[in-house]
Design a protein around this ligand. Structure first.
Ligand SMILES: *[C@@H]1O[C@H](CO)[C@@H](O)[C@H](O)[C@H]1NC(C)=O
Ligand SMILES: *[C@@H]1O[C@H](CO)[C@@H](O)[C@H](O)[C@H]1NC(C)=O
Ligand SMILES: *[C@@H]1O[C@H](CO)[C@@H](O)[C@H](O)[C@H]1NC(C)=O
Ligand SMILES: CC(=O)N[C@H]1CO[C@H](CO)[C@@H](O)[C@@H]1O
Length: 139
């Protein structure tokens, strides 16, 4: 156990401190959380551009003072509560969107997608729409 912790501390075991996922780890997580295969490359592109596949990332304040959280860079103005109580449209705390267990983030991202499609994400609009998408053939 000590060794495991030490290795984690050294960042050698990506698995226990998986803050930045590899592209294929991301694909695996997205599949595990029920995202459909036909939009997989768009979603990978979105995540790569929004968060560089990091689960724990919080943006600088946007012009309205809101911030974006986690893999999908979900905004605290509408979707997550930046208090200690779950709330807003995804009924989660923003902190829950920074977990290595992406299930809350995934559920919230699905809700956003249902309402607004990929257009909800500037990272997708600016870098993915109509552009060559990431290769996931080896995943
Ligand atoms: C939560 O975010 C709002 C803006 O979205 C900000 O006004 C408020 O200060 C934040 N609260 C905390 C506790 O960070
Ligand atoms: C929000 O989530 C909490 C558990 O985290 C649950 O107890 C509560 O019923 C949920 N509220 C809504 C409106 O879904
Ligand atoms: C992730 O969290 C959800 C509940 O939020 C839980 O059902 C699931 O088992 C967790 N997955 C892993 C791999 O721990
Ligand atoms: C800023 C940024 O991360 N841009 C990336 C968006 O996604 C494409 C496809 O994965 C990359 O090529 C860009 O570098």
């Amino acid at each position: 156990m000590k060794w495991v912790l030490l290795l984690c501390a050294l960042g050698l075991l990506l698995h226990c401190e998986a803050k930045q996922l590899s592209r294929c780890q991301l694909v695996q997580e997205l599949r595990r959380n029920g995202f459909p295969e036909n939009k997989m490359r768009d979603r990978v592109c979105l995540v790569e551009n929004e968060s560089s596949r990091r689960t724990d990332i919080v943006s600088r304040p946007n012009s309205d003072g809101s911030r974006d959280y986690g893999l999908f860079q979900i905004n605290d103005r509408y979707w997550c509560s930046n208090t200690s109580q779950p709330g807003k449209d995804c009924n989660v705390t923003c902190k829950q969107l920074l977990s290595d267990n992406i299930s809350k983030s995934a559920a919230c991202a699905k809700k956003i997608y249902q309402r607004h499609g990929f257009d909800a994400w500037y990272g997708w609009k600016n870098n993915c729409r109509g552009k060559p998408l990431p290769d996931i053939n080896s995943c």
